[in-house]
Design a protein around this ligand. Structure first.
Ligand code: PLP
Length: 435
């Protein structure tokens, strides 16, 4: 994939990786990154790569934002850990801040370490407070890699294969991925079909009074960067209300300005009962959480859930600084504007290049669907385009069940010039590879 230099320090170090790092951990680019700043990461040779991956939608405020770095350094010198033995100020401040920026009446927060843990915690809370066992998830979803979240993940077989038996009472319904459905150009027919399947599930598979929660991503991430149509999420809200089912919105990948609003669900005018967060929350520090309404969380008795490291003071301080940067630099607005410009430019490829099937997304969460000549999803082309970008020093990931979608997730504060540079590389790569 890359040109090996005679004094390639990456290669020397990668030999150690091959010896000592568990090979299950797959990486997209065979470079060893030593430092990063803004929109660029630098490998051990000092070569710069423009980062359209942001560590999978994490570095929304760019790499090593000075305000986040300062907050981390200051907090590390003051208090690093107490766990549940005491309360601490950054935890309380962050929960208060999240309640301020979260949509609707969400006001009561739990902090954990990773996206999967946030999903696990929310599912436990939903089961506990409703007294119902079943969770309904959607085809193409990704919710994590612990056993429960693996069971809830259906974006790709590699995440599930050979891990059965899974925890039970999970019911998987279709998600309106309109482009790959039999309703290609009819969004509403596709949505109607998906909602009808839920009604059928209540007749054939599980009584609605046994369902604790719907768990859904507002824009499917790993599943192919597929925004849910508004009528679908509104429909889910209605069904949930009718049957006393909780609506859990997974904003792990979509949150913190990524889609042009602080949270993607704000595009939809739908209020979740529980909203999950992680990734972009703290500029690269590990922390996650979920927020609900006090009226619901007070039914979850103290001690029924917890975490040793969750809501660590240093990560909380990083999150507070990150949210401050997102707000003061108006990065959600920036994401909406620049994301639209990027999508407008890339959309011109549709029709011009027969392999580019669809360009879609919300804000700066953009997917480019690549097809074979017969219109089937093309894993090979997506891989080849990503490899060509890498040769030209642009990092790009793929997603989708076939690995056929190029996913663009640049920092939200990327400059216009850097965004153009990245798109030039990407467009050239598509035109060279997809002939
Ligand atoms: C929507 C969504 N939920 C949950 C997760 C799991 O997060 P983590 O890898 O931090 O456990 C991810 C990770 O990509 C995600 O995209």
């Amino acid at each position: 994939m890359m040109t090996v230099k005679t004094t390639d320090k990456n290669q020397e170090y990668l030999k150690l990786d091959d010896l000592h790092v568990n090979p299950v951990l797959s990486r997209c680019a065979r470079i060893v990154v030593e430092r990063a700043k803004g929109s660029f990461v630098y490998d051990m040779n000092g070569d710069a790569y423009l980062d359209f991956t942001t560590g999978i939608a994490v570095n929304n405020v760019g790499h090593c934002h000075p305000k986040v770095v300062e907050a981390v350094q200051k907090q590390a010198g003051q208090l690093m850990h107490t766990s549940v033995t005491t309360h601490h100020k950054p935890y309380i401040d962050l929960c208060k801040k999240i309640a301020e920026i979260a949509p609707g009446r969400l006001d009561s927060c739990f902090l954990a370490n990773s996206g999967a843990e946030a999903v696990e915690g929310a599912v436990k809370m939903a089961r506990y407070i409703t007294g119902r066992p079943a969770i309904v998830n959607f085809r193409g979803s990704f919710h994590g890699r612990t056993m429960m979240t693996t069971a809830l993940t259906t974006s790709k077989l590699v995440y599930r294969e050979k891990y059965e038996p899974f925890p039970g009472s999970i019911y998987t319904m279709p998600f309106p991925y309109v482009y790959r459905s039999s309703f290609r150009n009819n969004v509403e027919a596709c949505v109607e079909h998906c909602l009808h399947e839920i009604e059928m599930m209540f007749k054939q598979l599980v009584h609605p009074e046994q369902v604790a929660a719907f768990l859904v991503e507002p824009v499917q991430g790993e599943g192919g960067y597929v925004p849910a149509p508004a009528s679908f999420l509104k429909g889910l809200r209605e069904i949930a209300d009718k049957h006393g089912i909780l609506l859990i919105i997974d904003e792990v990948q979509t949150g913190f300005g990524r889609t042009g609003k602080m949270f993607a669900i704000e595009h939809y005018g739908v209020e979740p009962d529980i909203m999950l967060m992680a990734k972009g929350i703290a500029g690269g520090m590990p922390i996650s959480g979920f927020i609900s309404r006090r009226e619901l969380t007070q039914k979850w008795q103290p001690g029924r859930h917890g975490s040793t490291f969750g809501g660590n003071p240093v990560s909380c301080a990083a999150a507070l600084a990150t949210i401050d940067v997102l707000q003061s630099e108006k990065l959600a607005e920036r994401s909406a504007k620049l994301g639209k410009e990027m999508m407008d430019r890339l959309s011109k490829l549709v029709g011009k290049n027969p392999h580019v099937g669809e360009v879609r997304g919300l804000g700066m969460m953009i997917g480019v669907e690549l097809n074979e000549k017969d219109g089937s999803p093309s894993h090979d082309l997506a891989e080849a385009v990503a490899a060509k970008c890498f040769e030209n020093k642009l990092l790009v990931l793929t997603c989708g069940s076939h690995g056929h979608v190029l996913r663009l997730i640049p920092p939200l504060n990327i400059s216009d010039e850097e965004a153009k540079q990245g798109l030039d590389i990407l467009e050239n790569a598509i035109n060279q590879v997809c002939k």
